[in-house]
Design a protein around this ligand. Structure first.
Ligand SMILES: Cc1ncc(COP(=O)(O)OP(=O)(O)O)c(N)n1
Ligand SMILES: Cc1ncsc1CCOP(=O)(O)O
Ligand SMILES: [Mg+2]
Length: 208
């Protein structure tokens, strides 16, 4: 299993976003993980084809490729793993499907859920929303840096903070115990996605 990366770029497949162009720029700037996340309305075939392209780019760049929700696509393509949350397969079922060597991320926002996810086989935890974000609807209130710190202190697996993360905020999250951060908008909405990745890497102490 590859190590859990510290800067996860999650694809932004909202209308008008060019996910692949952003992935190319992010990988060139040093993002170490790409998570393919598509809207629910996207067909499996479309998601498969996007993931196949992203996986090829990740392999060339030495980055990990994870698939959100649709673990069958990760398996079919031999991606590095997947990410599940409360509305997806339970973590233990996801682990059985992906096998022992895959990276498996699980969403948690409190210590109890976090410990259960780890016991059930999560390799890392996506913890948030750390801050308010408009990228995803229906999220609960942000847990803030303090909430991320509480979860990070409760588990031994890497915690990846998510939700409203920017280069200005990333450093306080890693200083609070997060191993890394996951972002959508901070990179995909940037005028220069590569520069945004460079600034995020600097903020988490991973500049090259
Ligand atoms: C790194 C990371 N953390 C959290 C999530 C959110 O997953 P989930 O709660 O299943 O919500 P969706 O992304 O499926 O809408 C994530 N994808 N990645
Ligand atoms: C998928 C997801 N889960 C919690 S917040 C979020 C979206 C994060 O997007 P952004 O980095 O633009 O706030
Ligand atoms: Mg999900």
């Amino acid at each position: 299993m590859p190590p859990v990366g510290r800067l996860h770029l999650i694809t932004d497949a909202r209308p008008g976003r060019d996910a692949l162009t952003v992935v190319v720029a992010a990988l060139a700037a040093g993002a170490d993980t790409i998570q393919v996340r598509v809207p629910d309305a996207t067909t499996d075939r479309e998601a498969y084809e996007l993931t196949r392209e992203v996986l090829r780019m990740c392999r060339d760049a030495g980055a990990a490729c994870l698939v959100n929700d649709r673990l069958h696509i990760a398996l079919a393509l031999g991606a590095d793993g997947g990410h599940v949350g409360a509305d997806d397969l339970p973590v233990a079922a996801a682990r059985r499907i992906l096998g022992p060597d895959a990276i498996l991320g699980a969403t948690a926002r409190n210590p109890e859920t976090a410990r259960r996810a780890v016991a059930d086989g999560a390799t890392y935890l996506g913890v948030g929303p750390a801050y308010r974000t408009s990228t995803k609807d229906g999220l609960p209130d942000p847990i803030g840096v303090g909430g991320v710190a509480v979860v990070a202190g409760a588990v031994t697996v890497p915690v990846i903070a998510i939700g409203g993360v920017t280069a200005e905020r990333a450093g306080e999250l890693t200083r609070a115990g997060a191993h890394g951060v996951a972002v959508v908008g901070a990179v995909s909405e940037a005028d220069d996605p590569g520069k945004a990745v460079t600034e995020l890497l600097q903020a988490i102490g991973e500049s090259r």
